[in-house]
Each structure stands twice: as C-alpha cells, then as structure tokens.
Design a protein around this ligand. Structure first.
Ligand code: FES
Length: 58
C-alpha cells in the first residue's frame, strides 16, 4: 500500500485497502481511495472535491 499526499488535495491510497469507521464497519474496500485532508469534505473520510472550492493549500 502506498499513501501519497497529493498537491493541494487528498491523500491518495493505492493498493489493497479497507477503510473502516470507529465501530469497525467497512466503509470502502478497493485498490485506490482518496481520503480528505482539507477538512471540508461532506463525505469524510473520503474526498469529495471540496478542497478545490475551498482553495486548500497543502
Ligand atoms: S481533500 Fe478533497 S475534499 Fe478534502
């Protein structure tokens, strides 16, 4: 698994991964997942593109 902080955007997770919530319920399984790191996504923990509208720099 590889995790890359994209320029001014989400964490890109590549490789077999499983994202679970605090109770252990699986939210998503896949080979590529984008996780919000700007704090503005309405679909946390996943990126919904809001970082562009908010002008996130990171
Ligand atoms: S990084 Fe994309 S919505 Fe937060």
């Amino acid at each position: 698994m590889t995790i890359i902080a994209t320029e001014n955007g989400p964490f890109e997770v590549t490789g077999a991964c499983c994202v679970k919530d605090a109770s252990g319920e699986t939210l998503k399984e896949g080979e590529k997942v984008y996780l919000c790191r700007c704090g503005h996504s309405a679909k946390k923990p996943f990126c919904d593109g809001s970082h562009k509208r908010e002008g996130f720099v990171g």
